[in-house]
Design a protein around this ligand. Structure first.
Ligand SMILES: Nc1ncnc2c1ncn2[C@@H]1O[C@H](COP(=O)(O)OP(=O)(O)OP(=O)(O)O)[C@@H](O)[C@H]1O
Ligand SMILES: [Mg+2]
Length: 340
């Protein structure tokens, strides 16, 4: 069922993710750190859940939102417990010791314990650790911990993702000072659906639900929801029962884009105005490098080095705010509204 609003668990319910699905599976052969990047509601958790469910090796899935209010101390304890719960009897000996942990033990000891457990697992078998919304665990310095694991234990395969993209970026270490900076990692970008894909998704979804929706209405939804599979799913889900489904979904959409931009800029205080200027330039019709640069130069009152501009554009592209097809352009018309 495409229109089930929960994250998907089975490949058959996953629309159009063949490439990302294969990229993730293939990445396990060469990388032990893989990050799924994508804007909110583009299907990151669904992709992770589907691939996770198919892994036949020892594995553990952590949804960081379950432990977000935890202290760093509780975070490591929680991960230890989850690993214990999810591993088979092969690991009983290694993991038996975890139950001995008492509340009040220092963070350092728990981190060491978790590292030790992973070290032992690494000697015996591959182990897959999926952590969704990982940016929430930065406070527990999990980035530092993962850097340690990634460097030493090649059998431990770590898949992380996050929807607060600015924070995931920080976690992944785009800055030289970050613990994960410079580690070999595979980034899998989840893109929005194209208009024909969106149309097909809705058609198939309504077909599965056994209801008929006019071509015009589908075209309107495709046009206004702009390829965000989460919104299309929600629209389909509501539409099965009520006519006002599109309005209901749209109300949330521009607000969501605004929050996305804010999250992105929050961790880029220094270049914030430049990023906004680039988005403005594009929303006013600039397309080429030269046009963008001219806009930026006028706005700033000084020349921006090409290498800087290249970095800004690349980062905006990495995060799906803009794309390059011939010229540069915004991926989503709602960005223009959100900028106001
Ligand atoms: N490939 C897909 N096929 C069908 N439905 C999908 C697909 N990807 C996502 N969905 C649906 O879209 C919605 C959002 O999916 P999901 O929660 O996996 O995305 P996400 O990127 O993890 O979102 P968030 O950023 O909110 O965590 C859910 O309703 C899910 O069922
Ligand atoms: Mg998710």
């Amino acid at each position: 069922m495409y229109f089930d609003p929960a994250p998907k668990e089975k490949k058959e319910d996953l629309f159009n993710f063949e490439e990302e699905y294969l990229a993730l599976k293939r990445a396990f052969k060469r990388y032990n750190l893989i990050a799924i990047k994508g804007l909110r509601r583009t299907g990151k958790t669904s992709l992770m859940r589907v691939v996770f469910n198919e892994i036949e090796k020892p594995k553990c899935f952590i949804d960081s939102r379950e432990l977000a209010p935890y202290t760093p101390h509780q975070t490591y304890l929680y991960i230890l417990k989850k690993i214990e719960e999810s591993t088979t009897s092969i690991f009983e000996k290694i993991l038996g010791r975890i139950t001995e942990i008492e509340v009040g033990i220092t963070l350092k000891i728990e981190r060491e314990m978790l590292a030790k457990v992973l070290e032992n697992i690494n000697k015996k078998s591959e182990f897959y650790l999926f952590i969704d919304e990982v940016q929430l665990l930065k406070r527990a310095r999990l980035d530092e911990f993962l850097a340690y694991i990634v460097d030493r234990y090649k059998n431990i395969k770590i898949v992380i993702s996050g929807s607060e993209i600015g924070l995931l970026d920080e976690f992944l270490g785009e800055e030289a000072a970050s613990p994960l900076f410079g580690r070999a990692k595979k980034i899998i970008d989840i893109k929005r659906l194209t208009p024909p894909q969106s149309k097909q998704f809705l058609q198939k979804g309504f077909e599965q639900a056994g209801i008929k929706i006019s071509k015009e209405e589908i075209a309107q939804a495709v046009n206004e929801l702009d390829g965000i599979i989460g919104w299309l799913t929600l629209y389909g889900f509501y539409r099965i029962e009520e006519r006002e489904a599109l309005e209901k979904v749209k109300e949330n959409a521009s607000e969501m884009v605004k929050k996305e931009i804010e999250a992105f800029l929050k961790n880029r205080a220094q270049a914030k105005n430049r990023y906004i200027a680039i988005l403005e330039a594009l929303s006013q019709g600039a397309k080429s490098w030269k046009e963008i640069k001219t806009y930026l130069t006028i706005k700033e009152g000084k020349r921006i080095p090409d290498i800087r501009l290249a970095t800004y554009l690349k980062t905006l592209r990495n995060y799906g705010f803009i794309e390059k097809k011939g010229g540069y352009r915004l991926t989503d018309p709602l960005i223009k509204e959100a900028l106001r």
